[in-house]
Design a protein. Structure first.
Length: 198
């Protein structure tokens, strides 16, 4: 099998990558992360036929070509894990539109785009798995998380609907709602929160 994991160098993404290998030692992983060297280190640690890449998830329109290149090189993924994410603790009025757009692109638009790219081949095979990592911030209002919360809520709803639609056709969609997890994202968010929501 081929599994594509975004945010693979992070705390949750790397844990998922390790679990995929534990469950299927022959799985081929494509590990996507902005921290390319850490993704390469993880690929080396896991052994096997694993590839580390950096894609610009802030530019969802660029993913079509990147995904096509991946399919030509390694085949379409049997498993898609949308784990990459960014979080900023800022008030709504303190968040520039440019930053808000970036958060929505990375946390919502790019996961949906990757789903749209990966699903057709899964449906053609009659099997596949998509794991979308949302957040408790998508179901619980948190000060300073307007755009992050909106993105995670949107991803969660889209994921839950996709699960209903795709299950009868053999594609399993799982939505994950983590709370705080010890990670760079969590440490940065806590540091921002201690400064107050500006």
């Amino acid at each position: 099998r081929h599994a594509l994991v975004t945010g693979a160098a992070g705390a949750i993404g790397s844990a998922m990558a390790r679990e995929l290998v534990r469950r299927d030692p022959l799985v081929r992983l494509t590990l996507v992360d902005v921290a390319l060297e850490r993704a390469r280190s993880l690929a080396s640690e896991l052994g096997g036929d694993h590839l580390a890449l950096t894609w610009d998830l802030a530019q969802p329109a660029s993913l079509s070509d990147a995904f096509a290149d991946l399919v030509r090189e390694r085949q379409s993924p049997d498993v898609l894990v949308n784990c990459a994410g960014v979080m900023e603790i800022k008030s709504f009025v303190g968040t520039s539109w440019e930053l808000g757009e970036r958060l929505l692109a990375i946390d919502l638009s790019s996961p949906l785009r990757l789903m749209s790219l990966a699903t057709p081949s899964m449906l053609a095979r009659g099997t596949g798995t998509i794991v979308n990592v949302s957040s408790m911030a998508g179901v619980t209002p948190l000060r300073g998380c307007t755009y992050y919360g909106a993105a995670k809520a949107g991803l969660a709803m889209a994921s839950e609907i996709a699960a209903l639609e795709l299950a009868p056709r053999g594609v399993h969609v799982v939505t994950v709602y983590p709370g705080p997890v010890r990670s760079e994202l969590e440490r940065r968010a806590r540091a921002q929160a201690t400064q107050g929501v500006l």
